[in-house]
Design a protein around this ligand. Structure first.
Ligand SMILES: NC(=O)c1ccc[n+]([C@@H]2O[C@H](COP(=O)([O-])OP(=O)(O)OC[C@H]3O[C@@H](n4cnc5c(N)ncnc54)[C@H](O)[C@@H]3O)[C@@H](O)[C@H]2O)c1
Length: 375
């Protein structure tokens, strides 16, 4: 064979080997619509908090994809399953994660709920519609609560032994309540993401007082994660000094409260879409705490049924700690004005709860025990 013949043979062989590699990839990605669904249990996987399966629901979306990356970067578990109803989206996110080449990662993706939920020990869900400019979180109530009911049913059917679930999709207090009722889980096993209202308040106060953000402490929002949230700053400290020493005028305080409450809408205005980096980070930190990592101390939405506080059968943000035993809450302490705002926020949540009862998405409160004996 002359030189040209040798060259042609070599090129043909190279192309054949490329094609066969591509075929293998097609088989494992496109045809089966899942990849690597076996959980890696090796004792040798170092540097992770746990080897248990973390399921990310809504993984094809903005928050979901950021959560996948954050969870890997924080070393939560090598076994992460990405689930979404939108196949190209979740497939694309999985490909990006493979391209990160995280050491020891066993990232799987699927559009099959059984494959996704089976054996999941931790779940974070952002799988619902986001709001667009001009919408409130409450505008998403009906559609997203139906999704939450299905989400709870899938937990009950495929992974009743799940340890902790974080619900993100809005209106998060009501979707989380719906998921809790349908899942059959204990109240301390399911939380909703509420921290961003408090981190926004912290940032607004830091900007006002001219200090680094982390120097503002004891400033939180409680109640609903919506326009009716209650802002608690009477105990706030700025660089160790009471906030009252900073003589913030009533007008400025009203503006700070407004910018806290509208913090999410402001991101939509600035970026043309709902926030995704901050919810992804905070939600992954919540699940990290439930896995036994650093305790999570920003307020979380939790199930509250407390005669002493007067708040019954709702999910709402409270002073909370999440740790390996789940979520624990205590009663907020504040001025008469702050407590009145919390009462108003609670009443707003009760109204939304009644709305989804009337839509038949959850049963009447008196019948909750038959759906979830843990309530
Ligand atoms: N709690 C908070 O602080 C907070 C903050 C920001 C956004 N959010 C909410 O989080 C949610 C997700 O936001 P996003 O920006 O990631 O939206 P997105 O549209 O980018 O992603 C949502 C993903 O969920 C998927 N999905 C829809 N229904 C599903 C179902 N039944 N099962 C599985 N997956 C499903 C979609 O296909 C999509 O890929 C929205 O409801 C948004 O309002 C909450």
């Amino acid at each position: 064979m002359d030189f040209f013949g040798l060259y042609l043979t070599a090129i043909t062989k190279f192309n054949e080997s490329c094609l066969s590699l591509h075929d293998i990839q097609n088989k494992s990605h496109n045809n089966t619509k899942t990849r690597n669904t076996t959980i890696l249990n090796s004792q040798n996987i170092m540097g992770f908090l746990t080897n248990e399966k973390l399921l990310i629901v809504g993984a094809g979306g903005m928050i979901g994809s950021n959560m996948a990356q954050t969870a890997m970067m924080l070393g939560l578990t090598p076994n992460i399953c990405l689930y979404d109803i939108y196949e190209p989206g979740v497939h694309g996110v999985a490909e990006e994660m493979y391209h990160c080449a995280f050491p020891n990662a066993n990232i799987t993706w699927t559009v099959d709920p059984e494959v996704a939920f089976k054996d999941a020990k931790y779940i974070i869900s952002s799988g619902g519609a986001p709001r667009k400019e001009g919408m409130t979180r409450e505008d998403l109530l009906k559609g997203n609560c139906k999704i939450a009911a299905e989400f709870g049913d899938l937990i009950e059917k495929y992974c009743p032994d799940v340890k902790h679930v974080v619900v993100i999709f809005n209106p998060a207090d009501v979707t989380a309540l719906t998921a809790l009722i349908h899942s059959g889980l204990k109240p301390n096993q399911l939380t909703s993401l509420a921290a961003l209202d408090s981190t926004r308040l912290q940032e607004a106060l830091a900007a006002e007082c001219g200090v680094q953000q982390c120097k503002v402490t004891n400033a939180y929002t409680y109640g609903g994660h919506g326009e009716a949230m209650a802002v608690f700053a009477s105990e706030a400290l700025v660089d160790g000094k009471p906030l009252s020493e900073f003589n913030i005028s009533e007008e400025r305080w009203a503006e700070i409260k407004h910018s806290t409450i509208q913090g999410g809408s402001n991101i939509i205005k600035l970026r043309g879409r709902s926030s995704f980096q901050s919810p992804a980070y905070q939600a992954v930190k919540m699940i990290e705490a439930a896995m036994g990592g650093e305790k999570f101390t920003w307020p979380a939405g939790c199930y509250v049924n407390c005669d002493k506080c007067g708040f019954k059968n709702v999910m709402m943000a409270m002073p909370t700690v999440i740790d390996a035993h789940g979520v624990h809450y205590c009663e907020p302490k504040g001025t008469a004005e702050e407590m009145a705002a919390l009462q108003a926020s609670y009443e707003h949540l009760c109204k939304m709860r009644e709305e989804i009862i009337s839509l038949g998405i959850i049963p009447a409160v008196a019948d909750w025990k038959s759906e979830n004996p843990n309530l």
